[in-house]
Design a protein around this ligand. Structure first.
Ligand SMILES: Cc1ncc(COP(=O)(O)O)c(C=O)c1O
Length: 413
């Protein structure tokens, strides 16, 4: 692969998150010494609030903080990001809170935060010489990879559990790439993808062999929240957890902003949200364990159904370091969370958002989360992708004939 010519912006090397061993930039993802995960190290120069604010209104405004070429915005990509930060006063009131915001990432091109990670992975994968964009996915990543590859004019190859939501199957298949449903759960699909990645040299599995680059895309959620709050960190943030990558990278973004002097250095707390039917990180947190014991997922929150989360231990580190917590909610509470957000703020979240709102409610009730402190929650995906979850409870008020008599008789006036 033509690495010598690769331009990966401010990225300088890959570092092992376990033992600190350093490697040249390239298509690596595991440490040769200890098998720990690798992440990107940087030399940031010339990044200021003004340089960021002068950039485009998408994630490439933060290109100086990402492992992507400096001219990244000139190459076709889906250009996600700069989604709205919604002041959620009605939801806050219903939970007895004061200052609450929803970072609504359902507004991305394929309606989830996964467009961010894929945009960065695509840009890096091209630089690293890969020809095919691939992934194992719980659904949203499949949408994002298939769309980004279509836009870039390259082949995609995505692998998902065969019991995925119908909407996520359709919204992936429509882009026309190679799309394989696998009879197994996400952890089976992920293992298969790792095996295929070992054989297919020019396939970039965004969350496997180019994972260090991909994971950095989630940092942009943290940058945007700070910028949209007027270059300020919130006091508390609640993030849904599947592999745990999004949560750990939002924390990385906050740390970078502090280090670069772009925001004031003050404490913030990070909270994780899981569905009880797949809550290995919440279980480890509640039991005081450092090891995350894998589980077999059984929940309607399929996008979060990763039983063996790669970043689970790092989520525990972040949450414990910042004084947060990891909570979990039942499927019934997930549906209540979806309805609460929709009914108070007009935002229709997918099940992951229902998990986040449900956990927010529980964290406030238990006193773990301060109702008076400024709080941001992430809505990472769109409810139109998980309609079945709410279909039984989201019904019309009445069905009537087109007559005034029938309307009057319905008692709805
Ligand atoms: C909508 C949605 N939210 C949150 C997540 C969790 O992301 P992570 O694996 O980075 O924890 C996912 C993962 O697929 C997702 O699809």
């Amino acid at each position: 692969m033509a690495l010598d010519a690769a331009d990966l912006g401010p990225a300088t090397s890959l570092t092992c998150r376990e033992c600190g061993e350093s490697y040249e930039l390239g298509p690596r993802y595991a440490c040769e010494q200890c098998f720990g995960p690798l992440e990107i190290a940087y030399d940031f120069t010339g990044v200021t609030r003004a340089s960021i604010e002068a950039g485009p209104r998408n994630i490439w405004r933060y290109r100086g903080l990402l492992p992507v070429p400096s001219n990244v915005q000139d190459t076709p990509n889906t250009e996600p990001g700069f989604t709205r930060l919604v002041r959620a006063d009605h939801l806050a009131e219903s939970l007895g809170m004061q200052r609450l915001w929803v970072k609504d990432d359902s507004g991305n091109p394929t309606h989830s935060f996964k467009d961010r990670v894929v945009a960065v992975a695509l840009a890096a994968a091209r630089e690293l010489g890969f020809k095919v964009l691939a992934c194992p996915s719980t659904g949203n990543l499949a949408n994002a990879v298939a769309a980004a590859a279509a836009r870039a004019g390259i082949r995609s190859a995505v692998f998902v559990p065969s019991d995925l939501e119908a909407q996520k199957i359709i919204t992936t298949a429509v882009y026309g790439g190679t799309f394989v449903t696998v009879r197994g759960n996400y952890d089976d699909v992920n293992r298969l993808a790792s095996e295929i990645a070992g054989e297919q040299e020019d396939w970039a599995f965004v969350n496997v062999n180019v994972r260090p680059y991909y994971a950095e895309g989630s940092k942009t959620l943290g940058y945007e929240i700070a910028e949209q709050l007027g270059w300020r960190l919130p006091d508390q943030i609640v993030v849904p957890v599947a592999s745990g990558s999004q949560l750990t990278k939002i924390d990385k973004a906050f740390q970078e902003l502090i280090r670069l002097g772009l925001v004031e250095d003050r404490p913030y707390k990070v909270f994780g949200a899981q569905a009880t039917g797949c809550s290995p990180v919440a279980a480890a947190f509640k039991n005081g364990h450092d090891v995350v014991r894998p589980v077999k997922p059984d929940t309607i929150a399929k996008s979060l159904a990763i039983g063996n989360p790669a970043d689970g231990p790092y989520v525990l580190d972040v949450v414990r370091r910042t004084g947060g917590a990891v909570e979990d909610v039942t499927d019934a509470e997930v549906v209540e969370g979806i309805r609460l957000l929709a009914g108070t703020e007009g935002i229709f979240a997918e099940t992951a958002g229902g998990v986040t709102v449900g956990c927010l409610r529980k964290l406030v009730a238990s006193g773990a989360l301060d109702p008076e402190a400024e709080t941001v929650i992430i809505n990472s995906g769109d409810g139109l992708k998980t309609l079945d979850a709410v279909a039984p409870v989201a019904r019309p008020s009445a069905e009537i004939a087109p007559t005034l008599e029938d309307f009057r008789a319905s008692g709805l006036a």
